[in-house]
Write a protein that binds this ligand. Structure first.
Ligand SMILES: Cc1cc2nc3c(=O)[nH]c(=O)nc-3n(C[C@H](O)[C@H](O)[C@H](O)COP(=O)(O)OP(=O)(O)OC[C@H]3O[C@@H](n4cnc5c(N)ncnc54)[C@H](O)[C@@H]3O)c2cc1C
Length: 439
């Protein structure tokens, strides 16, 4: 997704953009080897949707026509930290569809751009550089069954090859130091299955999310509507907790979540596909901004730089924010020159990652088993967040603020406004789990 969005932005500023992809790109929404995660639910946060709608006018109308469901907080039964969040109208719209459908529609738009060329079934194998290695000039390429070739003499190389990006090793081969990395180890496991939505199903929600309750709860369950009147259901676990992959075990495990709503919904539902599993070691960050030396004419973005714990739904949006940063950096370059672009971009990436990284890390660190130094004030922040959630169980205004922050539309500072502080200080504790029930 980061590569597709970057291609769209680059196509406005360069005569020709070549998209290199290891897989064969098919004209359909089916999963492929290079993106196994797309078989699992993918929430597109409202900020990400806003960016995509700007880049591709009419995209979401097209998605809705293809079966995507627009939904907001009032459509979601969300059990968070021991409370059902109140179903408030927030105006924050998220679109629910399979990740395959979203990728396919975006890919169709990108491939239709007149100056975009695709080289699929083609694996990037390393960088080509100027004789003193200070500037990247191209990439080495390999197609199965063929001799290695090169794509040389290019103005800019963008690595959007995802979490498994080889840029750290390729830069080392050119004499650069190893990029510093951070891993917040949470050992998350997703186990997912698509179901036909039962014809007689009656509930007052379009989607359900039963979140783990730190410090002890480690199980998460979610149901999202996807095209063709189906649900994608995931049972996820933190810290090596994982759901079974057999039919009966999957359903039975859903009964063990903090609330039984997922179980009630799927126990008689007809499966529409196999049970699939994906393990994620945790949020991973490559700090290119901290390297003492970095070559010119190279940009690394998307999961290649920052791959977040997927449970918070921020990955595609964080990639989109980095692409918009690239767009801004390109706009600010002197005409006809790319000198300094790579340095300016990598130095500014932390500013766009600050919010998603902090949000993911603070929730992960709520589990005492997760290793790593807690930032100063962590205890207070955890307490404060708990107060916000408990208020969100009955105060629509709080839900509106919370949704805007969660969807990266507004700064977390809005949760510390004088009005919010007053609400928290004057609130009486509600009984946990006592708010509305979902089904
Ligand atoms: C289980 C799970 C659930 C998730 N849920 C959400 C969610 O709800 N919301 C959300 O926003 N995000 C979610 N994410 C995160 C999201 O999937 C990623 O953030 C996003 O896909 C990253 O996009 P990317 O373009 O950087 O990398 P990728 O999507 O990984 O794409 C990388 C591309 O590069 C290609 N490639 C790799 N190496 C090479 C090479 N050497 N040569 C040529 N091509 C290569 C691959 O084939 C692939 O097409 C989830 C992730 C997982 C694992």
């Amino acid at each position: 997704m980061a590569g597709l969005l970057a291609t769209r932005v680059l196509s406005e500023r360069f005569e020709k953009v070549t998209l290199v992809e290891r897989d064969a790109l098919q004209d359909n929404p089916e999963p492929r080897k290079g993106t196994p995660q797309i078989q699992h639910p993918h929430v597109l946060l409202a900020k990400g949707a806003q960016i995509m709608a700007e880049l591709f006018p009419g995209l979401f109308e097209e998605l809705v026509a293809a079966g995507s469901t627009p939904a907001e907080m009032s459509d979601a039964a969300w059990f968070h930290s021991g409370y059902w969040l109140v179903r408030a109208k927030t105006g924050v719209i998220a679109y629910s569809q399979s990740r395959g459908l979203l990728d396919w529609k975006v890919r169709q738009r990108v491939l239709a751009l007149p100056n975009v060329e695709v080289m699929d079934r083609c694996e990037a194998k390393g960088y080509l550089a100027s004789p003193d290695n200070t500037r990247i000039t191209g990439i080495r390429l390999h197609r199965k069954g063929e001799a290695e070739t090169t794509l040389d003499g290019v103005d800019l190389v963008v690595d959007a090859s995802g979490r498994g990006s080889q840029t750290p090793q390729w830069l080392e081969q050119l004499g650069y130091p190893r990029v510093p990395q951070t891993l917040i180890k949470t050992d998350v496991c997703y186990t997912s299955r698509i179901f036909h939505r039962p014809k007689n199903h009656q509930a007052d929600w379009l989607m359900v999310a039963i979140y783990a309750e730190p410090p002890h709860g480690k199980r998460v369950g979610m149901i999202f509507p996807i095209e063709k009147d189906r649900w994608i259901v995931t049972l996820a676990g933190y810290l090596k907790e994982q759901a079974p992959t057999d039919d009966a075990g999957f359903v039975e495990y859903s009964r063990s979540l903090a609330r039984p709503d997922v179980y009630h919904a799927i126990k008689d539902a007809e499966p529409a596909g196999p049970i699939v599993q994906h393990k994620i070691p945790g949020s991973q960050r490559r700090h290119y901004d901290q390297m003492s030396r970095f070559p010119e004419h190279l940009v690394v973005l998307g999961d290649s730089v920052c791959s977040l714990n997927p449970l918070y739904g921020q990955g595609m949006t964080s990639g989109a924010l980095q692409v918009m940063l690239l767009d801004k950096c390109l706009r600010n370059q002197p005409a006809g020159s790319l000198t300094g672009l790579a340095q300016r971009f990598r130095k500014q990436v932390p500013s766009v990652l600050l919010l998603p990284w902090m949000m993911a890390m603070s929730q992960d660190m709520g589990h005492p088993e997760v290793e790593g130094a807690r930032p100063p004030g962590f205890g207070f922040m955890s307490w404060y967040t708990k107060q916000i959630i408990s208020l969100a169980a009955r105060d629509e205004e709080v839900v509106r603020s919370f949704a805007n922050v969660q969807h990266m539309l507004k700064s977390p500072a809005t949760l510390f406004s004088p009005g919010m502080l007053w609400r928290i200080l004057t609130a009486r504790s509600p009984e946990a789990g006592a708010s509305q029930s979902s089904s």
